[in-house]
Design a protein around this ligand. Structure first.
Ligand SMILES: [Zn+2]
Length: 208
């Protein structure tokens, strides 16, 4: 499916492997997040512009959507019960908002890593500083392209992503926000390869 969206594309961000970016977005604008090479997880976290006490909330999103796997038509909510993003296009069909971002502590606790390890929490935190959010309280991000299985007993298994090269998801902003996005640095969830992510910002809907 080839799209002709040059008219309303504002900006394109290339996220190098194991890194992140941050940007501002206005209500009504859209972002397309593309898994360029496939099987790459990407974390997204956001704060309401000029009101950082309002941020993405896994609990509210799970409650109002009534499900753990998010896809087209679902809405990401804030901790004030306001819509932040709506998923308007999804070529993968399965994303989650369940885990904390990978962090130095996670690599130490879960994998026994001793040395400094690049991680999504640091990449989100550092990039928010560019927008004067100095100590962001980052809880649970929207984790795109992450693939898990949940057993009837509630046990979770992390699986390789089902996203293929070039697959994307499009999110429409429901308020003005500061947003950070990563190309995840963890092992299992990325099938032990770390590749780039692309974010394209559109004025209004991306035509696809
Ligand atoms: Zn990560």
């Amino acid at each position: 499916m080839k799209s002709d969206d040059s008219s309303n594309s504002i900006k394109k961000y290339h996220i190098n492997p194991q890194s992140g970016i941050a940007f501002s977005i206005k209500q009504g604008q859209t972002i397309r997040i593309t898994d360029i090479e496939g099987e790459q997880v990407s974390d997204l976290y956001c704060f309401a512009e000029d009101k950082i006490e309002e941020h993405l909330s896994s609990g509210h999103t799970t409650d109002y959507n009534g499900k753990l796997f998010l896809s087209k038509g679902d809405t990401l909510y804030s901790n004030r019960s306001n819509p932040m993003f709506t998923i308007i296009t999804d070529q993968v069909g399965k994303h989650i908002m369940l885990y904390a971002p990978c962090s130095q502590a996670m690599f130490e606790k879960s994998y026994g890593v001793q040395e400094a390890h690049v991680n999504c929490l640091d990449n989100l935190t550092e990039n928010f500083k560019d927008f004067d959010i100095q100590q962001p309280d980052i809880a649970i991000p929207f984790t795109m392209f992450m693939n898990i299985d949940i057993s009837p007993e509630g046990e979770i298994t992390i699986l390789p992503p089902i996203s293929k090269a070039g697959d994307y998801i499009e999110l429409k902003a429901e308020m003005n926000m500061i947003v950070a996005v990563t190309a995840c640095s963890a092992g299992t969830c990325n099938n032990f390869e770390w590749t780039p992510i692309e974010v394209e910002l559109f004025l209004g809907d991306a035509s696809s």
